[in-house]
Design a protein around this ligand. Structure first.
Ligand SMILES: [Cu+2]
Length: 101
């Protein structure tokens, strides 16, 4: 019985972390940018970006990791976008991309 409770507690903690991570991503601010280069093989893209509020980063052109390969599929060089970025395991990672408004 005790081990069952422990297992249940562990599962509950794990679930709350998963939801917290998702909620955090949903609250990341959008940053404006222009796609300069896409490297689908490496799963990376280069973006000329505006100020990134959540990373306290000034505007510049730099390379980011893409969270998933699918994220890069519908975009090309020169596209004006807005995107969400976060540090994931030490790498600056693009979480989501939308067409610029
Ligand atoms: Cu930058």
């Amino acid at each position: 019985m005790k081990s069952f409770i422990r297992l249940f507690a562990a599962l509950a903690i794990l679930l709350s972390f998963t939801f917290a991570a998702q909620a955090h991503e949903d609250h990341l601010p959008w940053t404006d940018g222009v796609i300069k280069k896409i490297d689908a093989t490496a799963g990376k893209l280069t973006i000329a970006h505006g100020r990134i509020v959540n990373l306290d980063m000034p505007p510049m052109t730099m390379s980011f990791k893409a969270k998933t390969p699918a994220l890069l599929a519908k975009w090309k060089e020169g596209d004006k976008i807005r995107f969400r970025v976060a540090e994931v395991g030490g790498a600056l990672t693009v979480i989501s991309i939308e067409a610029a408004k």
